[in-house]
Design a protein around this ligand. Structure first.
Ligand SMILES: [Zn+2]
Ligand SMILES: [Zn+2]
Ligand SMILES: [Zn+2]
Length: 265
């Protein structure tokens, strides 16, 4: 299984529009962070995690020409407002794209994108909307989707919960402020962990800072951990130098191979 980081930034992205800070002005492409998205690839099949604002650009950059299914972590704008870019796949494949959304987010999600999900919204005949087969799940569910086996996990994220998962040797935690014991038990000892981190210091009410992410990663005990959902307060090289050997900053376009044989516990 291959993990591809499509976007590794927070909701503002990096560079931030109009910002003159050294990271936003940096020539290092690893300091260019679009909004959060991942692609899992296995046997020619692709599972997207989130449909972020820059989805079309990310897919072009990664050379991804089809998507078999989508897992939505939570309906914050930066994670879902690229949903319309799925249109090309449902039009070309002439079938709805399966999309997994947590049951507790489904109503808000359907309402947010009423033009897609509400049949009473009259479409303009001259326009096309993405065809999406919306399916719901609960925390702890074992999901089989597009050939990927995924154990869904919930994480506190301010007023909502964000959903991550374990799939084989991979654990994904996005927009979390805490790892509940039940999720920790499932994630323990993964080969590769993806976890969110905003910046050093200044605790945030709904996101890990780097210190908290490192402590959480230590509890999971992954062989390798990648930090994502990074702000412009983190320069790639400086961050890398400040991290333990088995923790690395992710960057847009980074590809990681993961042993698919590891069983979900
Ligand atoms: Zn900046
Ligand atoms: Zn969020
Ligand atoms: Zn976010």
């Amino acid at each position: 299984m291959r993990l591809r980081f499509l976007g590794t930034g927070t909701s503002f992205g990096v560079p931030v529009v109009g910002c003159n800070c050294p990271v936003c002005q940096s020539g290092d492409r690893r300091n260019r962070r679009s909004r959060h998205g991942l692609a899992l690839e296995k046997d020619g099949r692709v599972l997207l995690v989130d449909t972020p604002t820059e989805l079309r650009l990310q897919l072009l950059e990664a050379g991804i020409d089809h998507v078999d299914a989508v897992f939505i972590t939570h309906p914050h704008a930066d994670h879902v407002h690229g949903i319309d870019d799925l249109r090309v796949f449902s039009l070309r494949g002439k079938r709805a794209v399966p999309m997994l959304v947590a049951r507790e987010h489904a109503d808000e999600f359907r309402a947010r994108f009423a033009y897609i999900f509400d049949d009473s919204v009259e479409p303009d005949p001259a326009t096309a909307t993405p065809e999406i087969d919306l399916r719901t799940f609960e925390a702890g569910d074992d999901l089989e989707i597009a050939g990927f086996r995924v154990r869904a996990l919930a994480f506190p994220h301010g007023r909502v919960r964000s959903f991550g998962f374990r799939s084989g040797g991979l654990g994904v935690i996005v927009d979390a402020k805490e790892i509940p014991e039940v999720a920790l038990a499932v994630l323990k000892g993964v080969d590769v962990l993806v976890i969110n981190a905003l910046w050093w210091g200044d605790p945030h009410p709904s996101h890990f800072n780097v210190e908290e992410a490192l402590a959480a990663a230590g509890r999971v005990g992954a062989k390798r951990t990648y930090l994502t959902h990074l702000t412009h307060r983190l320069d790639y090289s400086e961050l890398l130098a400040g991290l333990p050997d088995n923790v690395l900053p992710a960057f847009d376009g980074l590809v990681v191979e993961i042993d698919p044989a590891r069983v979900v516990r």
